[in-house]
Design a protein around this ligand. Sequence first.
Ligand SMILES: Cc1cc2nc3c(=O)[nH]c(=O)nc-3n(C[C@H](O)[C@H](O)[C@H](O)COP(=O)(O)O)c2cc1C
Length: 351
Amino acid sequence: MRILLGITGGIAAYKAANLIRAFSEQGHSVQALPTQNALRFIGKATLEALSGAAIDNDMYQDVHEVRHVELGANADLIVVAPATANFLAKLANGIADDLLMNAILASTSEIYVCPAMHTEMWQNPATQANVATLRSRGIKVMEPASGRLTGTDTGPGRLPETEEIVSFVMGKKPLSGMTVTVTAGGTREPIDQVRYIGNSSSGRMGIAIATAYRDAGASVRLVACNIELPMPAGIEVIRASSVADLEQTMDKPCDIMVMAAAVSDFRIDKPFEGKLPRGEARTMSLIPTKDLIADFAANNPATFCVAFALTEDGADVEAISKLKLVNKNVSAVAGNNISSLGSEISEITLV
Ligand SMILES: Cc1cc2nc3c(=O)[nH]c(=O)nc-3n(C[C@H](O)[C@H](O)[C@H](O)COP(=O)(O)O)c2cc1C
């Protein structure tokens, strides 16, 4: 895995050296990215030698490489250890005033944060509020250990031991070792070479599901049908457009298949050549497409298959979903309403 290790300016910054070594020994590649203040506590030479990668935390260096986006986009996961109170406050408020903050804000990877500071700083309501904000956004914030701090004082605020941080980040997750395919977005069936029958599915739901599976430790393939949104890191993305394209991507066995894509129920029998000119009326024959999830479930009885049921306003979502569960012979059906198409928030009935 490619790990971006952010190091901020606390007394425990020197412990980042052990962390680089521990991640590297597990076969991960580590890109260390210290803040300017972190470099007051640990030397760049140490970090470069241990990580085997040059370090340049100047945001305005090699601008043509757009590193502030590249660093985050290239990381499968981001770990910040130690994380100062200052860092927590900046991340909670989306402040992007150095390369580390920009890389994190520009990334869709999972983020693990390991705070370390004096007990009073850790317990300060401002810090606690920032931690709560970060956790509410899905950022994994580790509890600091209790013990000896910078001076003679003791209490919660110590950076946990290297092994504890490694298992916090890499620890066995519930779906470790499982393979998951998620289809997302909406298919397009050609009418002629420029026009198509499509739908308004944005792909947000499928992306969110794929990201949740990734975070639970699964190895995820996302089949993206005509999605304009940015793709999450740490996920294999395959593009598809028509139902036929989508079917071709579904030839790989997997433990879980989630059919979140809005798949066209019909296709044009014979798409027209070139671009149809305006003028005379045309007649098109719509023929039903194959029910891909029912077909996949029949051919892969060991796979946990999830179908979706998009229902009209006022329809009995649960009853329709239960019917689909039986008709398609799948493991689960997620029923939702037409009003959720393209929306950021969606209510699901799972049967
Ligand atoms: C000797 C010393 C030790 C410090 N240790 C910590 C610490 O453990 N945790 C912390 O949050 N801040 C600590 N600070 C304060 C940070 O260095 C300061 O908030 C700085 O702005 C953090 O910058 P950064 O978050 O950009 O790296 C310490 C400062 C000094 C002078």
